[in-house]
Design a protein around this ligand. Structure first.
Ligand code: FE2
Length: 295
């Protein structure tokens, strides 16, 4: 199905709060003790335990899909586009390893990012990201007492935009988990592929990682996300990628939460990824340095 992303289709009369577009019949977030929600939490926990991945299908009501796609499509011209080659470990190739070793094999990643400071606070995406019921629900799925939105004014919320020919190469994430919401699905390609638990602390399992990079399909699972699906994913131990977009455009909103409050990315890493920083990054850097000297 191709989404109509025109302004008419966006249904401008739709209430601008995150709750009204969530399918609360299936996911009654405001009734955390209800059987229906407890069942979803149990299922999500099982998926995270088994595969490091939980898909919450149909999280957004179908009648809101066009409005979501319209919002991310309207914001996508603001995306910063990058095209870089990384190894699965987020760095450039290390020539001290043999040529076919995973530490030496880089894959292209081409995509665009719209940072939180450019996303309207009264839009649907920001309203969903900050919805306290959603935050409590995700914490429950992760078996955490509480989780917090990033304090980072840019990284907390990202709209990832991929056009034809774009690809996210095989990689592990640096952060423990991500939450993403698909708002626009490519017509061909752009499928999420992952290898559950292919590595573990103390065991990089380069042999199987090499097998995946060589194209062996046996360890790879596909998750063909649909518009309105929410995905919880632990990417620290599961190699993953988004395969090349062959036709159409793919948009996801990436929600940044952490187990500790106050996360702000460093000036150096923010400059590297987004080409700019904000005052909050500079202030946080100063605090970090002051704390270091106080010891
Ligand atoms: Fe990732």
């Amino acid at each position: 199905m191709t989404l109509d992303t025109t302004r008419d289709a966006a249904n401008e009369t739709m209430p601008r709060d995150g709750m009204s577009i969530i399918d609360t019949d299936r996911y009654p977030l405001d009734q955390p003790d209800s059987d229906a929600l407890q069942q979803e939490i149990t299922q999500a926990r099982a998926g995270l335990e088994k595969d490091g991945c939980a898909r919450l299908s149909g999280f957004i009501r179908p009648e809101a899909h066009a409005a979501l796609a319209f919002e991310t499509t309207a914001l996508s011209p603001l995306a910063l586009h990058s095209s870089e080659e990384y190894t699965p470990y987020g760095s450039g190739p290390d020539d001290s390893f043999p040529t076919d070793h995973p530490r030496r094999r880089a894959h292209r990643t081409t995509s665009g990012s719209v940072t939180r400071d450019l996303i309207p606070t009264d839009g649907l995406i920001q309203q969903i990201y900050g919805n306290p019921y959603l935050i409590a629900f995700i914490a429950a799925c992760l078996s955490a007492d509480e989780i917090y939105q990033f304090a980072d004014p840019m990284r907390g919320l990202i709209i990832n935009s991929m056009d034809e020919g774009n690809v996210l190469g095989w990689h592990f994430d640096a952060n423990e988990f991500i939450v993403s919401l698909m708002t626009r699905r490519a017509e061909v390609g752009g499928v999420f592929e992952y290898c559950p638990g292919i590595r573990a602390p103390g065991n990089e399992n380069f042999e199987d990682v090499k097998g995946v990079l060589d194209g062996k399909p046996d360890l790879i699972k596909n998750l063909d996300l649909q518009v309105g699906d929410l995905q919880l994913f632990k990417g620290r131990y599961s190699l993953h990628r988004v395969n090349q977009i062959e036709k159409g455009t793919r948009h996801t909103a990436i929600f940044g939460y952490t187990r500790q409050p106050g996360f702000i990315g460093s000036v150096a890493s923010t400059m590297k990824v987004y080409g700019r920083v904000m005052q909050e990054h500079i202030d946080a850097e100063h605090t970090r340095q002051t704390d270091g000297l106080a010891d």
